[in-house]
Design a protein around this ligand. Sequence first.
Ligand code: SF4
Length: 280
Amino acid sequence: MLQLSLFDPNPTPTRPVTQGSADVIYADASAILARPTGRLADLDFVINPYQGCTFACTYCYAAFFVAEEEQRERWGQWVRVKTNAIAKLRNSRHDLRGRTVLMSSATDPYQPIEAKLELTRSLLPILADRGAHLAVLSRSPLVTRDIDLFKSFDHINITISITTDDDAIRRRFEPQCASIDRRFEALQELAEAGLRTRINVAPLLPLRDTAGFAERILDSGVSRVHINTFHESSGPFASGTRPPALKIARELGWTESRRDRVQEELRNHLNRGGRRLAAA
Ligand code: SF4
């Protein structure tokens, strides 16, 4: 059931103000459809229903886009809900027919608060009615909840980020995220529903068995794999890997040369036999 009532002009007292130990903040946004830039420039629009993300990944580059220093420092301990997102999207005059909308680039649209608020879910029928093509990017198995709505899009791909094959490593870098098994299970459920899926290995974390990880990815039926490694930031507002992740990487000996070598090995395993699953 859509939770539209949570976002009507007269806020109800049912809005949660915490998510675990994180603060939930409610605020209007100036816009909901943004034009992507940089690496995402080939997409037409991006929607971030939330600002901030309680998955709190240690490496998250999105923290660099937050203006307030305190909130950058407290990344993962707060999430801002864009209360007018539905109205903004409904009232948008952009022609979305045949345009690719990414959800999302600087937050996870299926982070834990979404299970209660269903804000992302509420935006999907509007996008489908407007003829948009949808690209979903998430680390969360909660995406499978919306399979019914995903099926109403003519063009859709769903990317799930899986950064390692080792849950001990995963817990060090992204302790609030779902296990590796649950993410592969979600991919399988999406594929069984006839939806096109992809895997984002970004950032690539240490692997226990590179060939075995590649095999598991190949078996998951995804149509494409994107691999990326850490980017060390060059300034306070540059997007890059956050210091907590770089510290863990140093402790694990996850050096630039090791990252490059494993990335190359993984890509070769994925592309063997002439397949071009992992683009350069
Ligand atoms: S899930 Fe994505 S947006 Fe959320 S903290 Fe992790 S990397 Fe950042």
